[in-house]
Design a protein around this ligand. Structure first.
Ligand code: GLN
Length: 199
């Protein structure tokens, strides 16, 4: 049985674990370096990227996890997880950790006060979903990061249309997938399936 980790330090851990189990995956909550042994991929959940950063360091997981990610282990980062994986974080704390795993500049809480939290339907634009009966996915944004720059190797899988501006909200670069919203909060595991297809 496929063994996949969910970073279990802070944030929405349980819903990701639930969805993975529904997909017949053996789930390990990763809290210390030895939990990384034998996992084939990992999800970094949404929560608070500064807190997760502190806890990664406190639990000696920062370097061990960086090594796994940079050796090509598939990783799926949602919301705070997207921030942790991006190459550049704007409005972050100066000491917050960045795995520099996907070539994106993201602004923390970049949707501003008015749009702090919102939901919408987004079109999934990847061949992976071409057989899917319906391509739209329900997206729940909670104090989400906003992508402000995208590197040349990044594939954009979904955009948010925001007052004429097309903002990338699901992106992929090789074995790294990120979403600005919380896919675990809608009853739709297609992005989790895309992640599992990389293992
Ligand atoms: N604003 C949070 C951060 O900076 C992310 C919010 C979320 O993960 N829902 O980490």
């Amino acid at each position: 049985m496929t063994r996949v980790g969910v970073l279990g330090l802070q944030g929405d851990i349980a819903r990701h674990a639930f969805l993975l189990k529904e997909l017949n995956v053996n789930v390990v909550q990763v809290r210390e370096p030895k939990d990384l042994d034998g996992i084939e991929g990992i999800i970094l959940p949404g929560g608070e990227s500064t807190t997760i950063s502190l806890l990664l360091r406190a639990n000696n997981l920062d370097e061990a996890l960086a090594e796994k990610i940079h050796s090509g282990m598939p990783v799926f980062g949602t919301c705070a997880g997207m921030i942790l994986l991006s190459s550049k974080v704007l409005d972050g704390r100066p000491d917050q950790l960045s795995f520099d795993a996907i070539d994106l500049s993201v602004r923390r809480n970049g949707f501003g006060r008015q749009l702090d939290s919102f939901e919408c339907d987004l079109k999934l634009e990847s061949d992976f979903f071409s057989d899917s009966a319906q391509h739209f996915i329900r997206a729940v944004f909670i104090r989400a990061p906003k992508v402000e720059a995208v590197g040349p190797k990044v594939e954009i899988i979904a955009y948010l249309d925001n007052q004429g501006e097309r903002i990338p909200v699901v992106c992929k670069q090789e074995s790294v997938i990120v979403s600005a919203f919380h896919p675990e909060l809608s009853n739709d595991s297609r992005l989790h399936q895309l992640f599992l297809s990389l293992l």
